[in-house]
Design a protein around this ligand. Sequence first.
Ligand code: PLP
Length: 428
Amino acid sequence: MFHKERCDIEPFESKVWLSSPTMHGEELKYMTEAYRTNWMSTVGENINEIERMVCHKIGCKYAVALSSGTASLHLAMKLAGEAIYGSTELGKGALNGHKVFCSDMTFDATVNPVIYEGGIPVFIDTEYDTWNMDPKALETAFDIYPDVKMIVLVHLYGTPAKMDEIKTIADRHGAIIVEDAAESFGATYKEKQTGTFGHYNCISFNGNKIITGSSGGMFLTDCLDDANKVRKWSTQSRENAAWYQHEELGYNYRMSNVIAGVVRGQLPYLEQHIVQKRTIYERYKEGLKDLPVSMNPYDEENSVPNFWLSCLLIDKDAMCRQVRSENEALSIGESGKSCPTEILDAIAGINAEGRPIWKPMHMQPIYRMNPFVVRDGNGRARTNAYIDGECLDVGMDIFNRGLCLPSDNKMTEQQQDRIIEVIKRCFD
Ligand SMILES: *Cc1c(COP(=O)(O)O)cnc(C)c1O
């Protein structure tokens, strides 16, 4: 595999990660306080405080701290389903057989909660400008499925989607938006924070996100009723009675006050992390500018990403051959050309962590039979094959030609330069 001259590049002594937790000190103080005062459960000052802090940061009225971003998305799906189709019949799920339009190029936690509530994800292809849901494909989807009333939308890698276009289409069809801002906490679109555009909004404090609680997530809304419902559902749906009284299905989804202590210590560093991530992004952009590649793009006029992950897209005519099965990849090196597989191997070779682009949902074995809508109609692309040199859809194309670069905010300039050098040699 290492046919090109890069053997003289020293591997890092300690691994450079894709995106790992960065602690600052105050996290320990708040965790210790929870411990010292025995507020070690799902009630306490840390929880109250982070809910207040996040509302202030995001500009929303209510936040409910939960055990994960996925839990938040699940309860958002349930709320949306009940709002559209009426209250849930036990054992059926609030989306009971109804179709939901979903971002296609995303992490599967965006979409799985649709299934938890019995819905049917219909995947909407991606656009090249922000790597998010393509508004034109969404239009097409409403032409094909005019009865759909719900959209689940992600801001991939911290880059805001085309919100104006998507909201206009959603409004025209009376559809509710669930916003998955798990990767984009702190990013803005037209000076408004992501996590405020949907009817129901979700963020995550998972270990690899821009700030972390080690785990955790939040549900964000301006509606008091919805916030109260989510808080109640997340604590086993206990009614106000001396005994355990239940009228609705419950979940054990509330955040622990210890985890909230970590989040509380991290929140003041969100902006610092964004600056660090942005610096990494700009440095890659500058360092790789003479190569036939581009960085993950964003709408510079209307949006400011949080730059959570720096990604690369290789020009079509600079791609060498690569073959991917369901779980293995192989590349065939070629002078002047490269591919994600070769670059990821080379990066791993110096003890750094990159990752392929999130494999689009319509290409995943679990979702292979679900409808998938591209700009020009209802296309089902079943293989990774190019037809006459043209990729079948945008998500598959970005997956084939793109990769995520090591984007850890603790990476030094020297380390990043070494990674840039390794990438350059792949194109020798
Ligand atoms: C991380 C992530 C989630 C899930 O968040 P958890 O807190 O890990 O459950 C959902 N959607 C996207 C896009 C994510 O990256």
